[in-house]
Every structure is written in C-alpha cells, then in structure tokens.
Design a protein around this ligand. Structure first.
Ligand code: COA
Length: 244
C-alpha cells in the first residue's frame, strides 16, 4: 500500500552508505540503474564514490516507490537547465517533488507534495579554510556573525550557514548561479531560522521555511521549502537501507 504524505509534511530519508555492504543488495541496486546512470556509475574512479552513487540512486528510486506504485527501476527523471531533477509527471498520480544531497558517509532525500524543496548535507570533517571561503561567498551579516564567534565554533557554524544556503539555492533549482552573498541567514538559539534577501534577489522571506538538522555525529543538514500559503510544515525523519 502506498505511503501517504500529508500536505504539511516533509519526509526526510537518510541512508548511510558505509552500513551497506551486502553483495546481493548491491546487485539489486545495480539493476535499478538506467543506461545513463550505469555510465555515470562506471565512470567514478574510486570505489567509495561508485558505492555512494549506487546507494543514492537506490535511495531515491526505492523511496519514490513507497509513495507511488511504480517499480523502483521504472522511474524516469527530467532536469531543469541547472540540473535539478524532477519526476516525469506522467508517471505519478501525486504531485511528488524531491531533492537529494550526498556527502561522505550520508545520503539524504527530501520528499514533499507540490512545493519547491531543497536539501543539503555536509560532513563536518571536511577540511576547509572556512572563514576564507565565507568572506568570498557569504552575506556581510553572516561574515560578521562568524567573525564574532570563538574560533573553535566557527567551522560548525560555517557548515550550518553553508547547508542552509545550498538548501535555498537547491529549492530555487538554480544552483550556484544564484549569488550566495545576496541572501543571508540569521541563526539564534531556539528560534526559527530566518532569511534576509538583498533587494536584488527579488524574493520574500515570508514564503520560506527552513530547518537545520544533525542527522549523525559528523553531519549537518538543512532543508528549505517554499510555500506561498500559510502551511506550517513538519519534518518526518527516517533512516533506511534502500530495498530492505
Ligand atoms: C546543485 C548544486 C548546488 C549541488 O551541490 P552539492 O553540494 O555539490 O551537491 P549535493 O549532494 O548537495 O546535491 C547534488 C544533487 O542535487 C540535485 N541537483 C542537481 N542540480 C540541482 C539544482 N540545480 N537544484 C537543485 N538540485 C540539484 C541532484 O539530485 C544532485 O545529485 P545527483 O546528481 O546524484 O542526482 C551545485 O552542483 C550547482 O550549483 N549546480 C548547478 C550548476 C549549474 O548552475 N549549471 C549550469 C548549467 S547551464
């Protein structure tokens, strides 16, 4: 029976590639790939990257099939000019939208009805010259907030801003062609995440809801949803092994 998703729900599905090693299961994942995906999968130089790719494809294909009675191998996708994938709608009897994110050790898929959604995860162990990158791409307010933090807290806060910014641009579907310094987040303890737009961005903070998550010890994640109606969204979180 198909899984229902209420209008005000966002379902998040997490898969941990390092926990998936069963050869029979991995063979079933391979059988889900279409020709294009097979080529991409074979092009990865490192086995670890190939494995992550396979788990990502299995996660999105098997997750979509919880909601709509279609075999996981039969999903087809279209892509906007910036590469954002969507279900080819003729396949679906519900207006399911999704967004994927993957980083070392974790794959995430966000599912919602109708509205633009973006998700991003990052591994906190990635070594970055965080403040230097921030100075190039963050808003003035975000850079100041980071500079005013104790140094040992800056790396985590950098990734919190980063995942929120990526979740927003991914919900807009325009990727890094949107200028990251023309919008900024305000993070306050125990308060909802707020966004500010530069006048050049032509967007309205009231149309957006954001969440920050800590799905695993070394990972931070963010979700962004656009809604022009007063729906208050709720997250429902699941950890899965695809097809198991
Ligand atoms: C989309 C983007 C922000 C991804 O960021 P990332 O942190 O490297 O990667 P993530 O793991 O979070 O997300 C990647 C996933 O997002 C999805 N995605 C790809 N492009 C997307 C977009 N424009 N908007 C939203 N989601 C997108 C895909 O599902 C992709 O995974 P997949 O290729 O395995 O299916 C970044 O790659 C980007 O800006 N791309 C756009 C490039 C562009 O503007 N091209 C112009 C072509 S003319």
């Amino acid at each position: 029976m198909a899984l229902e998703i209420p209008n005000n729900n966002i379902h998040l599905w997490f898969a941990f590639p390092d926990a998936i090693s069963d050869e029979t299961l991995l063979l079933r994942y391979q059988q889900l790939l279409n020709d294009e995906e097979k080529k991409r999968w074979q092009r990865f130089h490192f086995a670890r990257h190939r494995h992550h790719y396979l788990v990502t494809r299995a996660l999105i294909r098997s997750t979509l099939s919880y909601y709509i009675d279609i075999d996981p191998a039969d999903w087809r996708f279209s892509f906007n000019p910036y590469g954002k994938p969507e279900i080819i709608s003729a396949l679906a009897d519900k207006p399911i939208r999704f967004n994927l994110s993957h980083t070392d050790g974790l794959v995430m898929c966000a599912i919602v009805l109708e509205n633009d959604i973006g998700a991003d995860i990052e591994n906190l162990q990635k070594k970055h010259a965080t403040l230097k990158i921030a100075e190039h791409v963050f808003s003035k307010q975000e850079i100041e907030a980071l500079q005013n933090m104790p140094e040992h807290e800056q790396a985590q806060r950098f990734f919190e801003y980063w995942t929120l910014k990526e979740a927003y641009i991914k919900a807009r579907g325009m990727g890094l062609s949107l200028p990251l310094n023309q919008f900024g987040f305000i993070l306050r303890e125990n308060q909802p995440v707020e966004i500010n737009f530069d006048s050049r961005m032509d967007d309205n903070p009231e149309h957006w809801q954001f969440w920050q998550l800590r799905p695993a010890e070394h990972h931070v994640a963010a979700v962004a949803i656009k809604s022009t109606t007063p729906i208050k969204y709720q997250l429902v979180i699941n950890n899965v092994v695809p097809l198991q």
